[in-house]
Design a protein around this ligand. Structure first.
Ligand code: ZN
Ligand code: ZN
Length: 116
């Protein structure tokens, strides 16, 4: 398992539960999520450590329809927030916003986000 620059992947915590919802407890059955995905970006997420552990609910959603999951969810709020945090971590560690955009072909930063 290559190292994440967003989270200790062995901490046993769901990134969203523990960081956004103040549910900072160890969970079983976490799944590894590549934060920037699609096209060739999943590989790049692995390479740069843009990976987090998510509980099943926050990763794939559940069968009951109501979901705040990253995948299988027409509401992209959490997906975009996670990508924005990934980009911020990337810019802090690796380079400029322009470089991020060149490598990933995307920009998730908001206007008022500080440059690295
Ligand atoms: Zn969770
Ligand atoms: Zn995923």
């Amino acid at each position: 398992m290559s190292k994440s620059i967003m989270q200790d992947l062995k901490s046993g915590r769901c990134y969203i539960c523990s960081r956004w919802m103040d549910r900072d407890y160890i969970q079983k059955g976490l799944e590894k999520h590549h934060v920037i995905y699609g096209k060739g970006n999943r590989k790049l997420s692995e390479k740069y450590g843009l990976t987090v552990m998510l509980c099943r609910h926050h990763h794939q959603g559940d069968i009951h329809g109501v979901t705040d999951a990253i995948h299988n969810n027409p509401d992209k709020t959490n997906d975009l927030r996670l990508k924005r945090e990934a980009q911020r971590a990337w810019e802090k560690k690796y380079g400029t916003r322009e470089e991020f955009m060149r490598i990933f072909g995307e920009n998730y930063a908001e206007e008022n986000d500080d440059h690295a």
